[in-house]
Ligand binder design. Sequence first.
Ligand SMILES: Cc1cc2nc3c(=O)[nH]c(=O)nc-3n(C[C@H](O)[C@H](O)[C@H](O)COP(=O)(O)O)c2cc1C
Length: 198
Amino acid sequence: MARFAIAYATSEGQTRAVVDHLADALREHGHQVTVDDVASTENAVGSVTAAQAVVVAGSIHGGRMQPRLVRFVSSHGVALSERPSGLLILSMSAASRDAEARARLDAYLSSFLACTPWRPDVVEFVAGALRPGGLGPIRRTLAARLARLVGLPTDTDLDCTDWDGVRRFADALARWFPRVGVPIRAPGDSHRRPDEHA
Ligand SMILES: Cc1cc2nc3c(=O)[nH]c(=O)nc-3n(C[C@H](O)[C@H](O)[C@H](O)COP(=O)(O)O)c2cc1C
């Protein structure tokens, strides 16, 4: 059992839903998980420093992660680097498989990492959601442009998140901490003791 801290930022709520799903899956693996919005900076920092592994999550708007998330990773890059860590980035570009969308994902990641010494051990790109009805006129226009860009309808709610994929990401993180008591042996060397080497 390990202690995971998930620190996140969300603008319309999808990242919060994704990290809740991730946290539930990690708990099913027997891990303890805290989930903190980085807007509550003290709580988020306290959880990160008490944890054995960290996940940072946020979403892309206008090509960038939330400024408060950028501030968090630039101020606390050392604490993040001291433990195994993952980064989860939600965007609509991740809903597309075309080369331009993939290039945008790389650009989002590079510009985010340029502001921090932290280098996550794993990065997961997750397709997000668009709910135009809940947006003001300017954001709705942007969201429609984006939906068009990735070849999706512009006037309906879209939830493109691969929830099973989020669970698989949790399974991969959980494997960082094998259960206590599982013997670790070098492959092919299981019956030989050190004093049996020539
Ligand atoms: C106004 C607006 C701008 C967005 N800009 C981008 C963008 O530049 N690139 C992209 O891939 N996705 C973009 N998205 C998609 C979001 O990343 C996606 O909706 C995500 O699920 C939002 O997560 P959140 O609800 O946690 O903030 C944008 C969404 C909105 C509403």
